[in-house]
Design a protein around this ligand. Structure first.
Ligand code: NAG
Ligand code: NAG
Length: 636
């Protein structure tokens, strides 16, 4: 119980004051007759006297920077009372002096801007005793000075640079930036307010405010001062006048650092409207930052710092859009008010050029491929009875794999935006599975052709092919799934608009995923391409001397060449796009997604050649070797 009271008490005190501010409280024991608050204040930095007798509470001294006033205020008296609580508050930075009697505030000195040199650190000087009327339990900062009745308390001040002290204080507090804004708001000025750690512009929005463009105070040495556009919607309908404080912070110390892989670019701008929390603006506030040229591999993003939630203060991306004006200028458009800056991702993040166009092309070409795969699959099944061999089986396997690949490639973007994490993880796994399966079936095709050409006729049971084409990828993906944290929602950032990333369900950017990508994807691709090349070389060597070679070599080479190209490009499209030129980028994308279509073309061309061959040779001269060659065409 005591603990709680103590805690409440101390936390109440902690929020009361800043170090430089002065607060003296006490109980004024007075008579029942009418009472006055009398004051006589002069500029300077000597002392302040707080005294009381039967009828008068009197504040006298010279501690103010600008305020010279002397007068007397009649206090409402309650006949039954013979004592009143009072406090004297002095905020030197603002030149603000308030006397509070029984809960009523009397502002003796009003703030007029922030004071550079000011009188503070008031320390207790002489005191005078009294007998009946006076001040009982006089205290500063909650510490009681004297319990007995005193007539006068005197405090002596010292002159310091208040702005510097204030900035030092603020940089040590977690709410430093808020403190600065509050002080500027309270300083009761419009226009520029200078502090060593920040520069503010205070604007009063009156009825009919139509928006305002402003550059922050020009006295900053560099020419990289941000400019701000305040839209008309900032002015609330309810208040006749409201003040906006726009602050340019020179010290990043006031703000917590961002994520470890990023750094804040120099400038931070804070915006706030008096007594209001501004969110969901219909028109954005625009802040244009000038900065050092960003290296090509770094991406800057506008961030804001929500100080309302004191617990989890951190820079966040939500609520602001980033527009790159040029290398040295970035505009942030934000729909709420708080502190803004640009955060630069130090770890280079891959961005993809022309992402929107590429996505569109992929979708269209994949759709063409899907239809082609269906047609081809139908043909293969129809002709299956006629040719009871493994060729048809290997073709069908590849068609199914490419069909799945195109299907998931079309779906992955949509699912990433609609589905939840688990669904996305499964889709990523399935996409990966179909890619691996396509690569495996390509390897099957190459291997199968090779065996046929080398006249190895021993028939293998179908399950060998199924295991290779569908089983092996399933095993690999199964292992990766059991490891976990491999598949999920991946962001692909277009270089034109880095605030609008494209999501897809694929392998994540984590270290584990990258390792899996390099070992499995690149590894498998390397195996397929290199074995394909070796076998192509061997096959060409084998059949070059045959009599019918001339007739078919063009078709043969072009077709097998295409197969190799397909394999290569599929792999490349999942690597970084970075090093490729624009034209290659689009070409790769088109060729890749049209693979199903090319597969159908190839099959059709082979059928044509075969028919022509059959009719021209009249079917008489062919022996086992002719039949063998036909198989060769078909499989290549
Ligand atoms: C109380 O003090 C004020 C000035 O501090 C003085 O003018 C007044 O005469 C005093 N009243 C009495 C009853 O002593
Ligand atoms: C950038 O992306 C965001 C989010 O998708 C979008 O609202 C904004 O209009 C885009 N900007 C441009 C210039 O395309």
């Amino acid at each position: 119980m005591w603990m709680i009271i103590c805690l409440l008490f101390s936390s109440g005190l902690a929020t009361l004051e800043n170090d430089r501010d002065f607060k003296m409280c006490g109980i004024w024991r007075h008579g029942n007759a009418s009472r006055n608050l009398k004051y006589d204040l002069k500029t300077g930095c000597e002392k302040i006297e707080i005294s009381a007798n039967e009828s008068t509470l009197s504040i006298r001294g010279s501690i103010t920077a600008k305020c010279t006033r002397s007068s007397s205020i009649h206090l409402d008296s309650n006949a039954l009372q013979n004592q009143s609580n009072f406090c004297v508050l002095w905020e030197p930075l603002l030149d603000l002096l308030i006397v509070e009697v029984n809960g009523n505030n009397h502002i003796l000195c009003e703030p007029k801007g922030l004071q550079g040199s000011c009188c503070t650190d008031l320390s207790l000087g002489d005191q005078e005793n009294a007998s009946l009327y006076g001040i009982v339990k006089g205290s500063t900062r909650g510490d009681i000075i004297r319990d007995d009745v005193m007539e006068t308390y005197t405090f002596k001040g010292g002159s310091i640079n208040c702005k510097e002290r204030f900035c030092d204080d603020a940089s040590q507090k977690s709410r430093g930036a808020n403190m600065i804004e509050e002080v500027v708001m309270k300083s009761n000025t419009t226009g520029h307010v200078d502090l060593p750690c920040a520069q503010s512009t205070v604007i009063e929005m009156e009825e009919g405010f139509t928006g305002l463009n402003l550059t922050l105070p020009a006295s900053v040495a560099s020419n990289m001062i941000p400019s701000v556009y305040l839209p008309s919607c900032l002015k609330s309908k309810t208040n006749i006048k409201s003040k906006v404080v726009c602050t340019y912070y020179k010290e990043q110390k006031l703000f917590q650092v961002g994520p470890s892989d990023s750094t804040l670019l120099g400038d931070i701008v804070g915006l706030s409207v008096e007594n209001e929390i501004i969110q969901n603006l219909p028109e954005p506030v625009k802040i244009r930052f000038h900065h050092i040229p960003l290296p090509a591999n770094c991406s800057g993003r506008c961030v804001s710092w929500d100080t309302k939630k004191d617990k989890e203060v951190n820079w966040k991306y939500e609520g602001c859009y980033t527009f790159k004006i040029n290398e040295r200028e970035t505009e942030c458009q934000c729909y709420h008010l708080t502190y803004f800056a640009i955060l630069v991702q130090v770890k280079p993040r891959a961005t993809v050029r022309h992402l929107e166009a590429l996505t569109f092309i992929t979708a269209v070409c994949c759709a063409v491929s899907l239809v082609s795969c269906l047609v081809l699959f139908y043909w293969l099944c129809k002709h299956r009875k006629m040719k009871k061999n493994q060729t048809s089986l290997v073709h069908r396997g590849l068609v199914v794999a490419i069909f799945l690949l195109c299907l998931f490639l079309i779906l992955t973007g949509t699912i990433a935006n609609v589905g939840n994490e688990t669904v996305c993880e499964m889709t990523g796994a399935l996409l990966h599975y179909s890619l691996l399966s396509t690569l495996c079936w390509m390897a099957m095709e190459v291997f199968h052709t090779f065996l046929l050409v080398r006249k190895v006729f021993s028939s293998r049971p179908p399950w060998v092919f199924y295991m290779g084409g569908f089983g092996l990828p399933a095993l690999l993906v199964g292992i990766l799934l059991s490891i976990g944290d491999i598949y999920g929602k991946k962001k692909i950032v277009p270089s034109e608009n880095i605030t609008g990333p494209y999501h897809m369900c694929w392998m994540l950017d984590s270290d584990k995923s990258l390792l899996a990508h390099y070992i499995i994807n690149i590894g498998l691709l390397a195996v397929v391409v290199s074995s394909g090349t070796v076998m192509l070389f061997l096959v060409v060597k084998e059949i070059r001397n045959r009599s019918d070679w001339k007739k078919i070599n063009v078709a043969f080479l072009s077709i097998w060449g295409l197969t190799c190209l397909f394999g290569t490009t599929w792999g490349l499209s999942f690597l970084d796009f970075g090093p490729f030129s624009e034209a290659t980028l689009f070409l790769f994308c088109i060729i890749n997604s049209l693979q199903g279509f090319f597969l159908m073309l190839r099959y059709y061309a082979l059928e044509r050649i075969k028919k022509k061959d059959d009719s021209s040779s009249g079917g008489s001269s062919s022996g086992p070797s002719k039949q063998h060659m036909l198989n060769t065409h078909e499989n290549s």
